[in-house]
Design a protein around this ligand. Structure first.
Ligand code: UT7
Length: 321
């Protein structure tokens, strides 16, 4: 028994902000952003909530899978930027969808979040506990950015992606790799709100995302190729047999470096980074939906999904489509 992705969906906020737009409000340029990262624009939420975007993505995924919200046994939402601390994004989504029979909880593994949620769903399905699981990854990271810090705020975007997974005897997830290294967590950091009980005095300061870009870059180019190779080997494939590699969209230079280390042509690494920026837990499912909607996935194709980011965390899965 395998866990098969039977439907995908995605939603991006209406407002598109180009690098040139950003250069009007801070000391940056299209030349710097696009040459260092490959990002040209991103969608930023103005009217939309993360629940709105996740609902839209989820409905598309359910439609393609041919199931109703009432058929769902479980909703897993990967996010670090839920609309509320309580209730979770997954519970808000359950309520919006009317998925009354689903158990719902969130997973925070930052940019690896969708991979970790998918891998969690895979275990529930292979154990026979649940059959119909909605896995969502999404972020409104723009609310966690310091818009005075040009070194981080230009990199990220908002959006949500979704996948419905079900048991299948034929195709599906064949192997998964996961890893975490909390000792390097300072490299990509955002404090929660400070303790504000009556016995502490420094309770109100808000924190925003800060990143040691070069540390994260080095971590990514060393860790991701190994995670992919391990997942591919565990699945019983050779790396040159893989049709598509769907990587977390953080930086084109990271993706180029991974392709080079794996000795695989860059054409097998589809990207939507130029139009979306880095959407953390949203990036892999949005890219998956992007390639699915464009007919780039065919039955039986060998696909690798890989994510990496804060924690530090990383994950890769190899599957047949
Ligand atoms: O999902 C989480 C994953 N995160 C990542 O994958 C991030 C990985 N890291 C990276 O992608 C790259 O390290 C960055 C794109 C973040 C930065 O690229 P870099 O080549 O490492 O640049 P840098 O941080 O060394 O900065 C070079 C220069 C600095 O100026 P000086 O000190 O050399 O004069 C920065 O102040 O670029 C300057 N700079 C900017 N200039 C224009 C930094 N941000 C900007 C900006 N516009 N937005």
């Amino acid at each position: 028994m395998k866990t098969r992705i039977c439907g995908t969906g995605s939603a991006l906020p209406a407002r598109v902000v180009t690098n040139d737009d950003l250069s009007k409000i801070m000391d940056t340029s299209d030349a710097w952003i696009s040459s260092r990262t490959g990002i040209r624009s991103r969608h930023l939420a103005v009217e939309e909530t993360l629940t709105d975007l996740s609902e839209k993505a989820a409905l598309q995924a359910l439609e393609e899978a041919g199931i109703e919200p009432g058929d769902l046994d479980m909703i897993l939402a990967a996010t670090l930027s839920a609309d509320k601390l309580l209730p979770s994004l997954s519970c808000e989504l359950q309520s919006r969808l009317g998925a009354v029979g689903a158990v719902a909880f969130d997973i925070n593994a930052a940019c690896s979040g969708f991979l970790f949620a998918l891998q969690t769903a895979d275990v529930y399905i292979r154990c026979g506990t649940y059959r119909n699981i909605l896995v969502v990854g999404g972020e409104i990271l723009s609310k966690l950015m310091d818009w005075q810090d040009r070194s981080t705020c230009v990199l990220f975007g908002d959006g949500a992606g979704a996948a419905v997974v079900r048991p299948d005897e034929g195709c599906g997830i064949l192997s998964s790799i996961q890893g975490s290294d909390g000792s390097r967590g300072e490299a990509l950091l955002c404090e929660n709100r400070k303790n504000n009980n009556p016995y502490v005095t420094n309770g109100t300061e808000l924190s925003y995302v800060s990143m040691d870009g070069q540390e994260v870059y080095k971590f990514a180019v060393r860790t991701v190729p190994k995670a992919i190779l391990d997942a591919v080997e565990k699945a019983g494939f050779a790396v040159d047999e893989i049709d598509l590699f769907l990587l977390h969209q953080a930086n084109i230079r990271i993706i180029e470096s991974v392709a080079k280390r794996l000795k695989v042509p860059l054409e097998r690494f589809p990207m939507n980074l130029a139009e979306c920026g880095n959407i953390s837990a949203g990036s892999v499912p949005i890219l998956l939906d992007y390639v699915n909607r464009r007919g780039m996935l065919h039955p039986g194709d060998k696909v690798v999904l890989a994510g990496f980011g804060a924690g530090l965390t990383w994950g890769a899965s190899a599957l047949t489509w």
